[in-house]
Design a protein around this ligand. Structure first.
Ligand SMILES: [Zn+2]
Length: 190
């Protein structure tokens, strides 16, 4: 049985896509999943990408999940169909789940409404994520810079993230106008 996307999910996707210029002009099929927060599939035919699919669990859908799955599509696009996207100045995103989290958080604060799944962090940070979202995002941006010279940039990031948790939450020292997109967690229906 086919279900339609909730209006809320549609709006969240529409708000997310402008932050992914790499996906401009691409058709993305959006479906549901119940098993995971989300998944991304890339269908190849004759070595070319012919279809981009993301599946989302709409209950408690977050921008973090949408961003993560869209980042997976970008990871695939960088490797497939390369000649067609050479004109776009693509930042290289390495394959893998942790890079996907890092590049998603770094991309925009919109995608920092929920903790990432794969980056290792102390439980307190997951429980009080909104206290830590902005400094963790800054560390992700720094890690991407580190990667140019430091092969173990993910280890570096996770060490720095761990240090953050040992310090007191620093929400008040970050700009008061920081506006994270608090998701409305009550209105989604499947
Ligand atoms: Zn993933």
């Amino acid at each position: 049985m086919k279900k339609r996307l909730t209006r809320r999910a549609q709006e969240m996707i529409a708000r997310s896509l402008p932050h992914f210029p790499e996906l401009n002009g691409k058709t993305i099929t959006v479906g549901y999943t119940r098993k995971h927060l989300g998944s991304a599939s890339i269908i190849y035919r004759g070595g070319k990408i012919v279809r981009l699919i993301i599946r989302l669990k709409v209950r408690k859908l977050t921008y973090q999940t949408i961003g993560h799955e869209l980042t997976h599509l970008v990871q695939a696009l960088i490797r497939g169909n390369r000649p067609q996207i050479d004109s776009i100045d693509l930042p290289e995103i390495p394959y893998g789940e942790k890079p996907c989290d890092i590049w998603t958080l770094a991309r925009h604060e919109l995608f920092c409404d929920d903790p990432p799944t794969y980056i290792k962090m102390p439980r307190i940070m997951r429980e009080r994520w909104l206290d830590y979202a902005e400094p963790v995002r800054r560390l992700c941006i720094a890690a991407i810079q580190q990667r140019i010279t430091r092969r173990l940039y993910i280890q570096w990031l996770e060490t720095e993230v761990g240090k953050l948790a040992k310090a007191a939450p620093r929400r008040q020292t970050f700009p008061a106008q920081l506006s994270l997109p608090f998701a409305d967690r009550t209105t989604s229906t499947e």
